[in-house]
Ligand binder design. Structure first.
Ligand code: SF4
Length: 169
């Protein structure tokens, strides 16, 4: 059994594991589940990232303690455009196609320091580490909820339920 979510319409349907790919495509068509294939499909449908505190999974993200993987190993991540981020998970939040441009949560932190100030094209790594960006990321972990500024990507990646580590069991 697997679940398919129509991101545009936020519908979720379940497809039994006995179904093959052709069956699945018929079910998706019958349920009118569609996926964007062109930029025009996205117009008027994208929203800034939002958090539904009533959902159980959101309540987990809001409350789980965070044990940062990269803080422990003292690594950082530089994106292809030269932006210093703590890790690829956070960097991967910058350009989510399913949110309005700069509408994902990480931009609320980036905007506090300015994207240009965490760019390795403009500053040395040491200079960027001296600004407050990484501290702001860390400070978010103790916020009371994602709506209050706790970074959901951190709760998802480095919370108690460590899906990343579970891959290697
Ligand atoms: S997702 Fe957040 S908590 Fe996890 S490694 Fe990256 S910065 Fe640290």
């Amino acid at each position: 059994m697997t679940q398919v979510r129509d991101i545009m319409e936020k519908n979720v349907i379940t497809i039994d594991y006995t179904k093959n790919a052709l069956d699945a495509s018929v079910i998706l068509k019958e349920k009118e589940i569609s996926f964007p294939t062109k930029k025009a499909d996205l117009l008027g449908k994208l929203n800034p990232e939002m958090f539904n505190s009533n959902s159980k999974v959101q309540q987990y993200y809001d409350t789980t303690p965070i044990k940062c993987k990269v803080k422990e190993e003292k690594s950082i991540y530089i994106s292809a455009e030269g932006i210093l981020q703590p890790c690829c998970w956070v960097a991967g939040q910058m350009y989510n196609w399913y949110h309005t441009p700069k509408g994902s949560q990480i931009w609320s932190v980036i905007n506090k320091v300015g994207k240009e100030n965490i760019s390795a094209l403009n500053y040395t790594i040491e200079e960027i580490l001296d600004n407050e960006y990484l501290n702001l990321v860390e400070e978010s972990w103790s916020k009371s909820s994602c709506n209050e500024g706790k970074l959901q990507v951190c709760a998802k990646t480095c919370g108690l339920n460590d899906a990343f580590a579970q891959q290697y069991l």
